[in-house]
Design a protein around this ligand. Structure first.
Ligand SMILES: [Zn+2]
Length: 478
């Protein structure tokens, strides 16, 4: 999600983005605070909102750190520390932030990503082996030398230590970690791109994968290893010292057996089982989440450029909304109620090419915010806005407006139960609803001119939901 995207993401036009690019991290966080409103009530038990720019407060001054943390908490926004492998100065800074957060009664959040790279570090021992006994790598994932899934055991102690040491340091300082995430993506076994082809050429892979000519068998073997590596590297070292921590990884979440989106580095593999919808190919996916030991789910609901061309809906916004709601509904429906869902979101078209594909229309602000509401009403507990710097201010404002407004319905979102995960196959009214305490919190969003009420089935009852653009509705259930 990071290095390539930073290079590839086209900069949206406009003077504001240039101003943001010129800002220091400190100026940016100040500008986010200045342009967002404090919550109308304390955050309470709701999870905070995570914003990518809140990684760095840009100041060493303790009184200013305290002031910034309080301003952010008033808005429900978490500040996030960054761990780096074997970097004592970075760890000291992170511990200092955590100490202040805990003193203020704020949850400690950590980006552990840098510590998770890389299992495939270029060491020849991690390579595949051909029939002549020669090592070889799979170059189909860009610069990362992807190697043999069955050659990584010797890397595990080193990778685990990178997470175990800071985890223990927090415990030793009496600090309790609340939220630890990584963005571990292009590393370890992945079944896409050229992986299948390379594994079939590897004597070790052929020996270990029972039916390597069957893609599902290949996928299962790789995802089982990938899940175990994540559990041993990330989940266990954190939970050993911080048993109540939320620990998870980008794009790892419970699902219905299919994935409705592609990451920026992934290419479809011919022969892989999939479902077709328009020009989209939804890939069959392995149920990896339970094997990782993660304690929260982290779906990815992004405006990937390609989504727009997959569907032919006349309503341009519905091309985005339809796919993103499918992704979000899949995660929301499949994740047990006691596992928080913390969802990566993004509004500006991701990986917009230059020039953009003919006819592509950016997702509207209005319907993006509607989408965020529907996620919250479909079991997503909070949101994590990822962004490059140019887009970060606007992205922060859009997501924060919805998050802040949702606190009016905090009890529904904390204690309620979603009643529908339906995604209409054509543009029209879309309804999400959460039931709590004899009431229903409803959001209806329309993609055509229909003014009629729509039916919502609730067990044996049929409710009529009127159109109310841009508003939530609370309906008494007697
Ligand atoms: Zn191999």
């Amino acid at each position: 999600m990071q290095p390539f995207k930073l290079l590839l993401t086209a900069v949206a036009c406009g003077i504001i983005t240039h101003q943001v690019q010129a800002m220091t991290d400190h100026e940016l966080i100040r500008e986010i605070i200045r342009t967002t409103q404090p919550l109308s009530q304390p955050r309470g038990d709701r999870l905070p909102l995570y914003l990518w720019p809140a990684h760095n407060l840009g100041t060493e001054d303790e009184s200013e750190i305290v002031e910034l943390l309080q301003q952010l908490e008033a808005r429900g926004i978490a500040a996030i520390a960054t761990w780096r492998p074997y970097d004592q100065a970075a760890l000291d800074e992170a511990l200092r932030l955590g100490t202040i957060q805990q003193r203020l009664g704020l949850p400690i959040a950590v980006n552990a990503n840098a510590c998770t790279y890389s299992f495939f570090d270029g060491d020849e021992r991690t390579a595949h082996v051909d029939d002549q006994g020669k090592p070889f790598f799979d170059p189909s994932f860009g610069h990362q030398p992807m190697g043999c899934p069955f050659a990584l055991d010797f890397r595990l102690p080193e990778m685990r230590r990178r997470l175990a040491e800071p985890s223990a340091a927090y415990a030793g300082a009496g600090l309790e970690l609340h939220f630890v995430f990584a963005d571990w993506e292009i590393d370890g076994p992945i079944e896409w791109n050229g992986a299948w082809e390379h594994s079939r050429r590897c004597t070790r892979c052929r020996e270990h994968i029972p039916d390597i000519e069957d893609f599902t068998s290949f996928q299962t073997s790789l995802r089982q290893i990938r899940s175990a590596l994540q559990r041993q590297m990330l989940a266990e070292p954190i939970l050993e010292h911080h048993p109540h921590a939320l620990v998870g990884n980008y794009a790892v979440y419970p699902h219905n057996g299919y994935r409705y989106w592609f990451d920026y580095f992934e290419e479809f593999v011919e022969g892989a089982p999939h479902k077709i919808d328009g020009r989209a190919r939804y890939r069959k996916w392995y149920h990896e989440f339970p094997e990782t030991g993660y304690t929260f789910a982290m779906p990815v609901v992004y405006t990937w450029q390609d989504i727009y061309g997959w569907y032919d809906f006349d309503a341009p916004d519905y091309r985005w909304f339809y796919n993103m709601l499918k992704v979000g509904s899949n995660a929301g429906k499949s994740t047990p109620a006691d596992i928080p869902v913390i969802t990566f979101v993004h509004w500006h078209t991701v990986l917009l090419s230059d020039p953009p594909p003919p006819g592509l229309q950016q997702f509207s602000e209005e319907k993006y915010q509607e989408l965020l509401w529907h996620l919250l009403l479909r079991g997503h507990d909070t949101l994590f806005m990822w962004s490059v710097k140019d887009e970060a201010l606007k992205e922060s404002q859009l997501v924060h407006q919805v998050y802040a407004a949702s606190h009016e319905y905090g009890d529904f979102l904390l204690h309620g139960e979603p009643v529908t995960f339906a995604v209409p196959a054509r543009p029209g009214p879309v309804v999400s609803a959460v039931r709590w305490d004899g009431k229903l919190l409803v959001r209806r969003t329309d993609f055509d001119a229909t003014q009629e009420p729509v039916e919502l089935q609730l067990e044996d009852r049929t409710l009529l939901i009127p159109r109310k653009d841009g508003q939530c509705q609370v309906i008494a259930l007697e």
